[in-house]
Ligand binder design. Sequence first.
Ligand code: MN
Length: 131
Amino acid sequence: MPRILIVEDNPINMKLAARLLEYAGHEVLQAEEATAGLCLARERQPDLVLMDIMLPGMDGVAALGELRADPATAHLKVAALTSYAMKGDRERLLEAGFDGYFAKPIRHKEFLAGVAGLLAGNPEAEQGRDR
Ligand code: MN
């Protein structure tokens, strides 16, 4: 069963993403801020991390940097989960080193398809490309 870590401070977004992923048969780990997320990533080695960008304290881009800098987590797949839907954000986030990009609000079918693609190792998997 694929294990997915969601780092998201918005309880509504967290609940929706967690329910969708659990319904799809994934094990879901949850963290409301980056520091807790980094600990879970190290200890539980998720198959995919979904990282919100706007977080209290350390933001998602900085958290990605921490994951990449730590040999215990450098290899993990990490996708941005962000309400930024402005043109250019996708490119900016992929350049920052994210393996994928999901725009909020989450669109159920595209979200699950994108997650499945990332788990299968498809670097093009993403949602929100045309937003
Ligand atoms: Mn947020």
